[in-house]
Ligand binder design. Sequence first.
Ligand code: SF4
Ligand code: F3S
Length: 108
Amino acid sequence: PFVVTDSCIQCKYTDCVSVCPMDCFVEGPNFLAIDPDGCIDCSMCVPECPVGAIYNATDLPAALSHFEDLNARLAKLPGWKPITKAQPPLPDHAQWKDVTGKLPLLKM
Ligand code: SF4
Ligand code: F3S
């Protein structure tokens, strides 16, 4: 499956969700995840993300490898709901978009 990674945290641009033919994005407070059970590896979401947060799990850089399990886990959390329509990014997105290592800020 494809995987949302660190760059999305605190930004959540949501351009990705409107192109997914399988509607497999789920939304949390400051991050989106891809439900691996729905993803058909079409790759259409990848170029939509303005911060390049989405990778094929097979191409994940080593530093981001933990995001594969994280996406699967978050996608099953009761509070994380499917999102299919783009919405405005988070208010402080510009301040966070080039910051790395944002995992400690992830809200569940
Ligand atoms: Fe959806 Fe395709 Fe992206 Fe998977 S790779 S999340 S199916 S757009
Ligand atoms: Fe996140 Fe990029 Fe989608 S920032 S919400 S993965 S467009």
